[in-house]
Design a protein around this ligand. Sequence first.
Ligand code: ZN
Length: 292
Amino acid sequence: MAERRTDSVWLEEVAGHKDAVVVPVWRTHNLIDDLTGKPKAIGLSMGSISDIVDDTSHLVFLGYRGQVPYFTIDLSHMDEPSELPPLKGSGQFTDIRNIGLDLPKEDGGLLAYSRAIAQWHKTHKFCSRCGSPTVPRDGGHMRQCTNPDCNTQHFPRTDMAVIMLVSSGDKIVMGRKKDWAEDRFSILAGFVEPGETLEGAVAREVMEEVGIPVTNINYHSSQPWPFPSNLMLGFFAEAESEEINIQDDELAEARWFSREELIDEAREYAQKPHSVSIARRLISEWALGTGF
Ligand SMILES: [Zn+2]
């Protein structure tokens, strides 16, 4: 509904919709129903939100799910909102970083969206140009500087990161960070720098981390990573050398893994493609030969 959210009269009508749902965020955590062992998002009615929040001007309009308008609100200023009557017993505020892959697919997207935008509001209360306070506009999708001489509009931002599966024939390279368990390895990843193409970022990151030049860099798919506001872009790339030369202080080790070593895991991931991270998805598709 991006095309309508600049219309404040329409937005007010939508907020008054009898079925409008508010997905609350509290200190980067989302309200989750985990009583059944299968976590899912909890949406509250607009009425129960007005019972606990005096000022609803910070509601952010997310969009429609079917015929139902969805909003989010940040309750971080409250001590323990889950103890308040409308919320008590309904669920727990939980970090979706820990449970995101167990959520129903639609809930994962919804909660990632609400968390990311709540976090953006929290960290953009002042204009980065002149330092004056900013106020939310357009249903919470823009913040405007209150200094009339400046008036700058600020929009939510997403920082891009690349994650790449680097292969050489029948094996791929994976690294282990210093603070990871001894047996935890993953494919390489890093942030895109200003002025860089995505392919340039892939090549640079692989060189920076393991000293290997790569070629045939091909985009595969993406995954939002709202911790706080990243988008992971997944690539396949081919190594031009197999000599690993760790250049990155954060990496404890890196080594080549054969298809044989990865095939059992890959088959497992292929059973539940929506329940694995983009790293696992790339590994699975490569090992099973379905990723090209
Ligand atoms: Zn300003």
